[in-house]
Design a protein around this ligand. Structure first.
Ligand SMILES: [Zn+2]
Ligand SMILES: [Zn+2]
Length: 437
């Protein structure tokens, strides 16, 4: 049995792996946002498609699913497994991807439709599907519908996808404790210094930062992924307004955040029990609030010319989307503030600003950034310690492949895992490599 690493090897983005055993199973098929050239796609050839029997999409983020329609363009005839929320969110995110990537599109809307029509919805923990197909999903706690995949092959493989071991405002934590010989593990926060503060501490810091700016009459921009962080951030703000810790302020939802919110609401049964209860059995529905507003004009002048407010908008790493409009109009005023809440990959504008850069290029124009840019941790990923603990709790583990992490983080995570799990061998695959299990 072997695994080919066609993306997300030494990088965050374009997750795509093929497990070759009794059957050939693809784990994720994503793109790398922002690179703009061929390096944004996984190293897939037409000939790979014919040899595939099954494919799994772990969750709807574009770095895990946005290349899947390409398979259908190349006449993929195998099965495609995903959860219901992943299906619904992917429909939204792929439409947006096609719109943004207009000049460099690897497939058409028709291929997206084929992908959406020809897949198999699987629920978490479905033993019957596991017995029949050798594939089982488990809660990953990362975004709505995100899954850890258990694959029964010549050896049992656990593919972590992106996962969060902590319970959040909306989601149950990832399921821990498996029996498997092989683990394909994400390493986004694999560095030894990557230790997340407690949810309580990071929320308090986030709320304090917002409050300071609102009290001084400024506007707060929170760029976020449309799915996952967007909803967590919104509900953190909502509950602090309700408790009086934040003033009653308009919260503008822009870009995909608004549409993704509807999908979260429709898929409420995949949310945490207590959130389900609020939605289904009380009037206290966090998805409905008179303070949630939507910009009225394309220019967003009603927002940028108005009073203090909070703006939640895509994209999270400042790669595109309406956040550009807000940056152009609001970044030059030191009274405003930008709070980054998600992972900022190397080479993105978000990362550059965090590292102290005082301007960014947008649509060929230099935009001066005088407003403070701060970071609040709302991570949907496990941190260094939690990644090690996830690994430690796998029975019979022989080998770990680290993916979805940059450079040194992989090395540091390998060191810690090998120290904690003495019998386990950790490998850091290179892009395009096929390694034996
Ligand atoms: Zn993700
Ligand atoms: Zn990812």
């Amino acid at each position: 049995m072997e695994i080919s690493f066609l993306g997300a090897a030494g990088e965050v983005g374009r997750s795509c792996f093929i497990v070759k055993g009794r059957k050939n199973t693809m784990l994720d098929c994503g793109i790398k946002v922002g690179s703009g050239d061929k390096t944004q796609f996984p190293l897939l050839e037409d000939s790979d498609v014919k040899q595939l029997d099954n494919a799994v999409i772990s969750h709807a983020h574009v770095d895990h699913c946005a290349y899947a329609p390409w398979l259908y363009k190349h006449k993929y005839a195998g099965k495609m497994f995903l959860t219901k929320p992943t299906h619904d969110l992917a429909q939204l995110l792929l439409a947006d991807y096609l719109r943004i990537a207009k000049d460099f599109t690897p497939y058409s809307q028709a291929d997206v439709n084929n992908f959406l029509k020809n897949n198999t919805i699987v629920e978490y923990g479905d033993e019957k599907v596991f017995a029949r197909e050798g594939i089982q999903f488990h809660e990953a706690g990362h975004i709505l519908g995100s899954a850890i995949t258990e694959l029964s092959e010549e050896k049992t493989v656990v593919y972590s996808g992106d996962f969060n071991s902590r319970s959040t405002r909306l989601l149950e934590p990832a399921k821990l404790g498996y029996s498997a010989q092989i683990l394909v593990l994400e390493s986004t926060y694999g560095g030894k210094a990557d230790l997340h503060p407690s949810n309580k501490d990071s929320t308090q810091l986030f709320i304090k930062e917002i409050r300071q700016t609102l009290d001084a009459g400024g506007k707060v921009i929170v760029p976020t992924f449309a799915t996952g962080r967007g909803q967590e951030v919104l509900f953190a703000i909502e509950s602090h307004i309700k408790s009086g810790m934040l003033p009653k302020t308009p919260i503008y939802l822009d870009g995909m955040v608004k549409k993704a919110l509807k999908i979260y609401r429709h898929n409420a049964i995949y949310l945490k029990k207590e959130v389900q209860r609020r939605i289904l059995t009380s009037d206290d529905d966090p998805f409905k609030n008179e303070l949630y507003k939507y910009p009225k004009t394309r220019s967003r002048e009603d927002v940028t010319e108005g009073g203090p407010c909070i703006i939640l908008t895509t994209s999270g790493m400042l790669n595109g989307g309406p956040v550009f409009t807000y940056l152009k109009k609001l970044a030059g005023d030191a009274n405003n503030k930008m709070i980054l809440v998600g992972y900022q990959a190397a080479g993105t504008r978000g990362r550059a600003l965090l590292e102290g850069q005082k301007s960014v290029e947008i649509d060929g124009e230099r935009v001066e950034v005088k407003m403070p840019v701060v970071q609040a941790s709302f991570s949907g990923h496990s941190d260094h310690k939690e990644l090690v603990e996830f690994t430690r709790q796998i029975n019979g583990l022989e080998k770990v492949f680290l993916v979805h992490g940059e450079g040194r983080k992989n090395e540091e995570l390998r060191e810690s895992i090998e120290k904690t799990c003495k019998k386990v061998k950790v490998e850091i695959p290179k892009l395009g490599e096929t390694l034996e299990c």
